[in-house]
Design a protein around this ligand. Structure first.
Ligand SMILES: Cc1ncc(C[n+]2csc(CCOP(=O)(O)OP(=O)(O)O)c2C)c(N)n1
Length: 322
């Protein structure tokens, strides 16, 4: 049996983890300032499995914890890191870390919780009206699932049979509030039924399970059968933001989570199957560490944008200058 697909999942999850770790380190070293990084440590299987089900021309809409999806969708780690260092060579020319690459199918993350979901629904409607079979996939958290705009988008997606995948990255926490304190009744699958959407809940630490669920949702959307709510159950293993001491968490919950870390789980399974050995894993780690070191070096040596460029590329700024 070939484990090519699983090995690729592992490689991508390790790239996501290494990219985010490098970003967190840059913040701790005070090389970058501002809002502390929102890392998705432990959640890598969700983005990696989901993005593997997409094709060119499909769009992902990411959250404040969106770097994983951007790496998984194939963005260049150098240009991503340069953006996070606010350098001119970054995806947004160093002027916003809401990394966007329309060509690659990544629409910039939104810092407003839930805000990217109606935008994804709007793009899905546009694609439908244009007669395209390309789909929109919106990532959002379990906290965001309670936002009005998410619920309205879901209702409209059902009403208009939109080619939309609503992917709830259920990581157990909305900052320091456990998801169970906010999501009542039958949970998200109950909501999918109420909205009239297809719904599926999967183990979000298993990239293949996420891939299968999203691939089915994509096929439904491309076939004109409308939107799907996919709930990927995972666990945030780090703080809400990089500086969060997580005093509100039970150490046993975290320890159990680390035991079920998706990277640890898949590498152990591949080793048990004989598809990977310690030397192969070390090679992979070395290759990924070199990629991320090069990304950090590229960011460090890139210049910041010039002050006179501050108002270039701004839609509102452009309008203001008309
Ligand atoms: C509309 C809005 N309300 C509150 C916030 C503050 N805030 C930022 S992240 C966050 C938690 C979001 O939780 P969830 O949607 O579960 O995503 P996670 O952080 O777990 O990835 C909150 C409340 C915000 N940015 N926007």
């Amino acid at each position: 049996m070939s484990y090519e697909r699983e090995l690729e999942y592992l490689r991508q999850m390790m790239r996501v983890r290494a990219f985010e770790d490098a970003w967190g380190e840059a913040y701790r070293n005070a090389e970058i300032e501002g809002i502390p990084p929102a890392l998705g440590t432990g959640q890598e299987a969700v983005s990696v499995g989901a993005c593997a089900a997409l094709e060119p021309g499909d769009f992902v809409f990411t959250t404040h914890r969106g770097q994983a999806a951007q790496v998984a969708r194939g963005l260049d780690a150098k240009r991503m890191m340069a953006e996070l260092y606010c350098r001119r060579t970054g995806y947004n020319k160093g002027k916003s870390y809401h990394i966007t690459d329309v060509e690659a199918g990544v629409i910039g993350m939104g810092g407003i919780v839930g805000a990217q979901v109606p935008v994804a629904a709007g793009v899905a409607l546009a694609r439908q009206l244009q007669g395209s079979d390309r789909v929109s996939l919106a990532f959002f958290g379990d906290g965001a699932a309670n936002e009005g705009v998410v619920q309205e988008s879901a209702s409209l997606a059902a009403m208009w049979t939109l080619p939309l995948i609503l992917l709830c990255e259920h990581n157990g926490w909305c900052i320091s509030q456990p998801a169970g304190d906010a999501i009542k009744g039958e949970g998200l699958m109950g909501r999918a039924r109420a909205w009239g959407l297809a719904g599926t809940s999967v183990d979000g630490n298993d990239p293949e399970a996420v891939h299968e669920a999203v691939a089915e949702a994509v096929a439904r959307a491309r076939g004109g059968e409308g939107a799907t709510l996919v709930e990927a159950r995972t666990l945030r293993l780090g703080g809400h933001l990089a500086h969060d001491p997580q005093t509100y968490r039970d150490p046993d919950e975290l320890a159990a989570g680390w035991n079920d870390c998706p990277i640890k789980r898949l590498s152990a399974a591949l080793m048990a199957a004989g598809a990977l050995d310690a030397a192969g894993l070390a090679d992979l780690e070395g290759e990924i560490a070199a990629e991320m070191e090069a990304a950090v070096a590229f960011a460090r040596q890139s210049p910041p944008p010039a002050p006179e460029e501050a108002f270039n590329d701004l839609w509102a700024g452009e309008q203001a200058h008309v």
